[in-house]
Structure formats: C-alpha cells, structure tokens
Design a protein around this ligand. Structure first.
Ligand SMILES: [Zn+2]
Length: 139
C-alpha cells in the first residue's frame, strides 16, 4: 500500500464487486456513464509484475465486464485502456463507446466534439445488477 496512491486510499468509484485480488468499480462521472475500472487490490505497477495465473485472472474480470457491457449497454465499441501514468497502480478502464458520444471516434480523453451522451438511469441500473450477477459466477 502506498500512502500517496489514490487507488490504495480510495475505491476509485462505486464498488460493484471484489475479491482478494481485484475489484470492479463503476466510475462516478455522468460524462462517462457506464465506464468501469478493474483495479488490483495491491499496489502493483505493471501487468508483467503479476504471475501468469494472476494475469489471466485479471483479464477474465476485464472481459467479463466487457461482455456484460456489450450485452446490456449495447454500445457501438468497447475501449480498453491501461495507462496508469498518473496513478501507477494497476487498473484497466473499460469504456462503452457510442458513435454519438461526446468524444467518438477519438479517445474519451480527447477534446469533446459534441454534447455528452446521457445513459438512461434504468439501463445503467440494469447493467450494474447484471454485471454483479455475472462476476459472482467467475469468482
Ligand atoms: Zn496504489
């Protein structure tokens, strides 16, 4: 645990699921509705710091989020990213993208090109419930 690390000190979003190894949070940002993060529970910097079984375990969780995101949110594209330049604590961003979202086709970190897309709150709630159910099965 690192005292100056945001992801060691805070959940990083609304906690949807966790085990000893990693957690899934929903990012609390209306601009990025539906975006999730899979975050290592320990202060690990890179994927290659994990052993092969841990690498697979982490990606299984990432792909589980991606699968439910595609099915429930019916997005046009999924973006996966692991950057960690500002917060070098291993985490993956899983982003539902739509042709009419604010940044498409650029990354969500690029300048907006149009007004933000608002996801229906019932749809978002359904996504959370189905994701939690799905993650229980893989854990
Ligand atoms: Zn950390």
């Amino acid at each position: 645990m690192a005292n100056d690390c945001t992801l060691c000190q805070q959940s990083g979003g609304e906690l949807l699921w966790q085990n000893d190894f990693c957690r899934v949070v929903l990012v609390d940002d209306k601009q990025l509705a539906g975006m999730c993060r899979v975050i290592a529970q320990q202060h690990i910097k890179e994927m290659s710091d994990l052993n092969p079984a841990q690498q697979i375990a982490m990606m299984q969780v990432v792909f589980a989020v991606e699968k439910v995101m595609r099915e429930v949110l019916r997005c046009d594209k999924i973006n996966l990213a692991s950057l960690g330049n500002k917060t070098p604590h291993l985490h993956w961003h899983i982003m539902p993208r739509y042709h009419d979202d604010a940044h498409f086709p650029e990354s969500i970190w690029a300048a907006p090109q149009r007004p933000m897309k608002v996801l229906d709150s019932a749809l978002l709630q359904s996504f959370k419930v189905q994701l939690q159910q799905h993650l229980k099965q893989i854990a």
